[in-house]
Write a new protein. Structure first.
Length: 295
């Protein structure tokens, strides 16, 4: 993520959620909590690693958690909008999943310590609040990176990928598929940071990833290649585009997804992701984006 922590520093906390642990692990931070979990890599070969698989329940049994498509969609919906009471029916509608599935996902998020229930146990007055935004963002970002398993690459010689996008590729895609940009191009459009945009990363609806995308590639005078192309296409569930917004007539993925994608890039990708978080995500969740070790 672009941050360097002192090797002789050990962070101590009363409780660390799985998301917080993932956040710390990515930064190679030494840490320990009151539950007995710890990761300490010291000088002279000292290694202490003791992590629970998941947060234990009231009987001390670990609660398992895995990132389903519905969990990814509900988390993105939460992270992409301003803090407000989280109600199951509203999240279900916004994320494109059933009320029952949204409720199941939120219960799992409660178990991980990312959200918390308020009000009566059920009924109109029941709602949840986001309590560990950083933890949810870190864990969700890793899941997003792992879920990108269908890719196509195309190329056309150019010194200005953004000009290629605006002039030729965007009109071709608009005619053929549901799409949205991410990566360096998305960064340039919503939170300028880098001096250049070296390549393009574009999500395409998975139902249109075959023939319709091929037509758009041909219309924009690109040729498909195995590697090294200027344009990378990722297949995505159509629900991804519900959180996208148009900037300069170009659809851009949600700020959390932009953060997740940039985080997975080498080099300055981590710095760019941190910029997106500070500029676009943290202002949405001012009460739930404290340091993830806060207990």
């Amino acid at each position: 993520m672009g941050e360097q922590w002192p090797e002789n520093l050990v962070l101590l906390a009363r409780h660390l959620s799985p998301g917080a642990i993932e956040w710390l692990r990515e930064r190679r931070v030494n840490w320990a909590d009151e539950a007995g979990q710890a990761r300490i890599i010291g000088p002279g070969g000292l290694v202490v690693i003791r992590e629970l698989i998941s947060r234990p329940d009231s009987r001390g049994r670990p609660r398992s958690f895995s990132w389903s498509k519905s969990a990814i969609a509900v988390a993105e919906t939460i992270l992409a909008q301003e803090d407000h009471p989280l109600r199951v029916a509203e999240l279900a509608q916004a994320s494109g999943w059933s009320t029952a599935q949204a409720a199941k996902v939120l219960k799992a998020f409660d178990d991980q310590g990312w959200t918390a229930k308020h009000g009566p146990s059920r009924g109109a007055g029941s709602y949840r609040g986001l309590v560990d935004g950083d933890g949810l963002l870190a864990a969700w970002s890793a899941a997003v990176a792992d879920s990108r398993d269908v890719t196509r690459i195309a190329h056309r010689a150019t010194n200005d990928p953004m000009a290629l996008l605006r002039r030729d590729l965007a009109p071709a895609l608009d005619q053929a598929v549901d799409w949205a940009v991410s990566g360096w191009a998305g960064l340039e459009l919503v939170a300028p940071f880098a001096s250049t945009t070296p390549n393009l990363h574009i999500y395409i609806a998975d139902t249109e990833f075959a023939a319709p995308l091929s037509e758009a590639i041909e219309e924009a005078s690109l040729r498909e290649v195995d590697e090294g192309g200027r344009v990378t296409f990722w297949a995505a569930d159509a629900r991804v585009f519900t959180s996208a917004r148009r900037v300069e007539q170009i659809p851009v993925v949600s700020a959390p997804r932009l953060f997740a994608d940039l985080s997975s890039f080498p080099g300055r990708g981590g710095d760019a992701a941190d910029h997106v978080k500070a500029e676009l995500i943290d202002p949405l969740h001012p009460g739930s984006t404290e340091h993830p070790a806060d207990g």
